[in-house]
Design a protein around this ligand. Structure first.
Ligand code: ATP
Ligand code: ATP
Ligand code: MG
Ligand code: MG
Ligand code: MG
Ligand code: MG
Length: 258
């Protein structure tokens, strides 16, 4: 109808559809920077790993974790972050588009507002943006397999990129470096790095393992007597660069997923 007063709200609303994420499953929202290959070039990120760019990503993720209490764990590498919501979350009635858009937009706006804190002398030349998706994982085992997949990806990409940029620094063109690395295995790459004087295992943990963010109890034995909280329940957000594939991490932090 052309007469705006006659529009039936129920009729217009009937075109909307809701994607409700499966109940009692772990919701993972993974966000990823759009065209960050270009963004990192334009903003002259240090290759292969710009530490300040990663610290900025981590600060954005901490802000997201603090804003949305249903997020129990998050893992980040390069221009991506995965946020895990607790299994019984009712955040936005588990509507995928609402959850994804709220997380992506908070992350992006914090990225822009905190930029100057991490890049004092570098101007933000244009507004970056991120996309996001939601996936449900039905068990802790599968959720941990998902996180292991992201951490393996971090390792493989970091090892490749470290070799690639060493070859480029040594005078090879980018396509020569690419051809040189074609078909090489992990062991070959470690040997190559040794030739450049690099022990892969001694590179910063943040580059090799990515960043894990979670709430946990403050270790009160480390605190001064008059700082100790009344109960033992003071929780704070931790940012660590540890192996989350091995069971020992989850054994040491049994309350994160339960
Ligand atoms: P898409 O839009 O499809 O995600 P993209 O250009 O963002 O494309 P990705 O596969 O997401 O590609 O990879 C992100 C790229 O951003 C990396 O390959 C790397 O070049 C760059 N990058 C991200 N973070 C850093 C960092 N901390 N230091 C250096 N480079 C980085
Ligand atoms: P929700 O998170 O559920 O969206 P909300 O607080 O954002 O809650 P909305 O129903 O979206 O509530 O309404 C937005 C509110 O923001 C308005 O009620 C109004 O108070 C305020 N607001 C938005 N834009 C303006 C504006 N241009 N001038 C004054 N107030 C505004
Ligand atoms: Mg992408
Ligand atoms: Mg990207
Ligand atoms: Mg990426
Ligand atoms: Mg509103």
């Amino acid at each position: 109808t052309n007469d705006i007063g006659k529009v039936e709200p129920d009729y217009v609303r009937s075109f909307q559809f809701k994607k409700i994420l499966m109940p009692s499953t772990w919701i993972v929202i993974r966000i990823d920077g759009c065209h960050f290959h270009r963004f990192s070039d334009v903003h002259e990120f240090v290759k292969p790993n710009d530490k300040q760019a990663l610290n900025l990503m981590n600060a954005c993720a901490v802000a997201v974790v603090k804003e949305f209490p249903d997020i129990v764990f998050s893992y980040g590498v390069s221009d991506e972050y995965s946020f895990v919501l607790k299994k019984d979350s009712h955040f936005y009635q588990r509507q995928a588009s609402e959850i994804v858009s709220a997380i992506v937009s908070l992350f992006t706006s914090v990225y822009i507002t905190k930029w100057k804190d991490f890049f004092h002398k570098k101007e933000l030349k244009y507004p970056p943006y991120f996309d996001g998706r939601a996936v449900c994982y039905p068990s802790v085992e599968i959720l941990r397999d998902y996180l292991a997949w992201r951490q393996v990806d971090c390792h493989i990409n970091n090892q490749y990129n470290t070799c690639f940029w060493e070859l480029v620094k040594s005078g090879k063109s980018k396509s020569e470096a690419q051809n040189f690395l074609k078909g090489t295995q992990t062991g070959d790459k470690e040997k190559l790095l040794k030739q450049f004087g690099i022990d892969y295992h001694k590179l910063p943990a943040m580059f090799r393992q990515g960043s894990s963010i979670f709430w946990d109890k403050e270790d009160i034995t480390m605190m001064h007597e008059n700082e100790k909280p009344g109960g033992n329940s003071l929780k704070r957000v931790f940012v660590e660069h540890c192996n989350i594939i091995e069971p020992s991490f989850w054994a040491a932090h049994p309350t994160i997923l339960y």
